[in-house]
Design a protein around this ligand. Structure first.
Ligand code: A5P
Length: 229
């Protein structure tokens, strides 16, 4: 049986052209993209550099021999290939299941074309019905942020690394995984409201940032969907 993540991840690597400056996303789907890119570098002499969106991806890229790029050396990126946890019909996303939402969003914000690689099971009618929305929080501010989120109707769960340890992001912050009963009716509005809470560093809501979806289907087909408009 074909693995939807693998076929989508590998197909997305074909969007890359010689000389491009890339964003390297995070997660198990993007792993396949990075592997395929390393093959193309070896086989075709493809010249590329990329900004990693997490320490994990930085490590993988190094192991694969992919050239890395620092944000102080680049103002804009041609293409970022990243995963997502949920995608709605308007290409709004929930990200951050792997905890990398902040760096992923920073990289997406300077990217001309953001390609999202997913298996078909990530497509949803409404965000937040199945998946919790990760919100990155400054540890000092956590109690304040938690109460503010509850006033917005959320149930919050502090992410743990294991039974005794609180999870920390690559940036030293914590994550509150939030359930919004009934899902997220207006992602854009919620993103604005979250950004106004002091102590919230970033949310895993990505609104208007994705341009193309690379969707792996269980029948082995890969579908490319461009954002309408
Ligand atoms: C990382 O923080 C996330 O945003 C990932 O991009 C997301 O969790 C997708 O991961 P998989 O490709 O492993 O499903």
């Amino acid at each position: 049986v074909p693995n939807p993540k693998e076929i989508a991840g590998r197909r997305a690597a074909e969007l890359v052209e010689d000389g491009m400056r890339l964003g390297f996303g995070t997660g198990s789907t993007v792993q396949f993209t990075l592997q395929r890119l390393a093959e193309r570098v070896r086989e075709e002499g493809l010249r590329i550099e990329g900004v990693p969106t997490s320490l994990e991806t930085e490590r993988t890229a190094r192991e694969l021999g992919l050239a890395l790029l620092d944000l102080d050396r680049v103002e804009a990126l041609d293409l970022t290939i990243d995963g997502a946890d949920e995608v709605d019909g308007e290409f709004n996303l929930i990200k951050g299941g792997g905890g990398a939402l902040l760096r992923e969003k920073v990289v997406a914000s300077i990217t001309r074309r953001e390609a999202i690689v997913i298996g078909q099971d990530k497509l949803v009618e409404r965000l937040g019905v199945r998946f919790l929305l990760p919100i990155e929080v400054v540890p000092f501010a956590r109690p304040v942020v938690k109460r503010a989120l509850e006033r917005l109707g959320a149930q919050t769960n502090l992410r743990l690394a294991d039974a005794r340890k609180v999870y920390r992001t690559d940036n030293g912050n914590e994550i509150l995984d939030c359930r919004f009963p009934g899902g997220i009716a207006d992602p854009k509005k919620l993103e604005r409201e979250l950004a106004q809470i002091p102590g919230v560093v970033e949310s895993g809501l990505f609104v208007g940032l994705a341009h193309v979806l690379v969707i792996g289907h269980e029948n082995g087909e890969v579908e490319l969907r461009q954002r309408p408009g």
